[in-house]
Design a protein around this ligand. Structure first.
Ligand code: GTP
Ligand code: MG
Length: 432
């Protein structure tokens, strides 16, 4: 039974799906919100490889404990399932294992919730060994309590877990196997993490570190591409990026920063899953500045901003300086551009760009400079001319604002970021 939990690639054709969202109150805004959530869920389903043939809502203050929907609604859904030959129903809310079991029994097709769907997408998109291990672990942990007869994933099946009615004993065996696999994955991940820590310790930390964060599809990777002339993967689908990519980017005055792309956030992203992206986390934690990229053309941008801020809070990185980067300005009509002024008034640092058209990149770089400057101290130093190597090293460690040559020395006015203060002081001690 070794290797029974390897994934198969998603070679089969697209599945026929229904999506379901609950409307909590009978108000215009709740209905509008439900539509937005259905749109997003449909995009997620599409990314995972399912075509949505039915969008369904139910007005209900509290979900039913056993069936999530009301009994009558489930019967109605069942009729649609038969009529449209649906293969899967996806719920926007997280379902309890009991609800999944009951719904699968009633509807006789697969039932998936939003977390399960996101996990599926992540699993099919993971490329690196680390991402694959992290996601398999998250998937198994999610999967374990939901182990039922009919349960198979959208884009893959777990080998060994039969689709044709294993009895309770079989489920017990499966459970044990999964637990063994989970411990193995944890060990593997621990090893990968130790390797990465060593790598991080080895890399130079003289450069200011800037991390791109934001809602999925906001344009983080596109921005990294235009700003560093790179070729990071960009796609008009959700969760194009799963791994942290870092590039060195030159600002003005020769100063360089390290800019890192990270996994996108989304509404109701399972907290366990965010926690599983440890590399992303480490990069965000170590960043001096965050660039919060927002799709300013999206009708739901306020909610997107709030969700990203909430996620940063949960990750305990909310006290870092943030530059709001409002992207996709090319998609905003002239008559709607007054919202730019409103947004500007709301945030301490904000820039408006179009990664697509390469507009606003210089202002963004200037804004990064000025935020770095806020965390920097100015000092004037004198370096003897026969210590030219010290002068040239200072150019790397600090921004040289002014320089004046005397007969035997050069006087430099420096702006030094706090992370480099100790280094600069040590260097100057050598010249003294
Ligand atoms: N019109 C327009 N489209 C843009 C702009 N920036 C990015 N896009 C498009 O938006 C989509 C998403 O871009 P990505 O750079 O992959 O977004 P991301 O934030 O990295 O997304 P994830 O990795 O999925 O979190 C792509 O289709 C881009 O071409 C822009 O300034 N204008
Ligand atoms: Mg991306």
């Amino acid at each position: 039974m070794k290797d029974t939990f390897e994934y198969f690639s998603n070679a089969k054709e697209r599945e026929r799906a229904a999506i379901v969202v609950l409307i909590r109150t009978n108000t215009e805004s709740a209905r509008h919100e439900a539509t937005e959530h259905l749109d997003e869920l449909e995009r997620l389903a599409d990314t995972a490889g399912a075509d949505v043939l039915l969008r369904m809502t139910q007005e209900k203050q509290l979900p039913d404990g056993a069936l999530y929907l009301g009994k009558g609604k489930v019967e109605e859904l069942k009729k649609h399932v038969e009529m449209l030959s649906l293969q899967i129903v996806i719920f926007d809310d997280d379902l309890s294992p009991v609800q999944v079991r009951n719904l699968e029994k009633e509807l006789e097709i697969k039932v998936l919730d939003r977390s399960g769907l996101i996990l599926d997408i992540f699993a099919s998109r993971a490329r690196t060994r680390e991402a694959k291990t992290q996601i398999e672990l998250a998937q198994l942990e999610y999967f374990l309590p939901r182990l039922t007869r009919q349960w198979t994933h959208l884009s893959k099946q777990y080998g060994g877990i039969g689709t044709k009615g294993p009895g309770e004993t079989q489920i017990e065996t499966d459970r044990r196997l999964i637990n063994t696999r989970i411990s193995k994955l944890k060990e593997k991940l621990g090893a990968i993490e130790r390797q990465q820590e060593t790598r991080r310790e080895g890399r130079s930390d003289e450069l200011a570190r800037v991390a791109l964060v934001g809602y999925t599809n906001a344009g983080k990777s596109s921005l990294l591409n235009v700003i560093s002339a790179g070729e990071v993967f960009v796609e008009d689908r959700l969760f194009a990026t799963l791994d942290a990519t870092t590039r060195s980017v030159g600002l003005s005055h020769g100063r360089k920063i390290l800019l890192t792309d990270t996994v996108g956030f989304i509404r109701k992203l399972p907290p366990k899953l965010i926690a599983s992206f440890r590399t992303t986390l480490a990069e965000v934690e170590q960043a001096d500045i965050l660039l919060h990229v927002v799709d300013v053309s999206h009708s739901d941008l306020d909610e997107h901003i709030a969700i990203v801020e909430q996620t940063l809070l949960e990750l305990e990185v909310h006290d870092k300086p943030v530059i709001m980067v409002f992207n996709k300005t090319d998609l905003v009509k002239k008559e709607d551009r007054h919202i730019f002024e409103e947004l500007k008034g709301h945030f301490k640092h904000s820039v408006f760009i179009s990664a697509f058209k390469g507009v606003g990149i210089t202002s963004l770089k200037e804004e990064i400079e000025s935020v770095i400057a806020e965390a920097s101290s100015e000092m004037t130093v004198e370096v003897p001319l026969d210590h030219f190597e010290i002068a040239s090293r200072l150019h790397e460690l600090a921004e040289v604002k002014e320089r004046e040559f005397g007969d035997h020395s050069v006087i430099m006015k420096l702006s030094v970021h706090h992370r480099n203060l100790a280094r600069v002081e040590r260097l100057l001690a050598k010249a003294a």
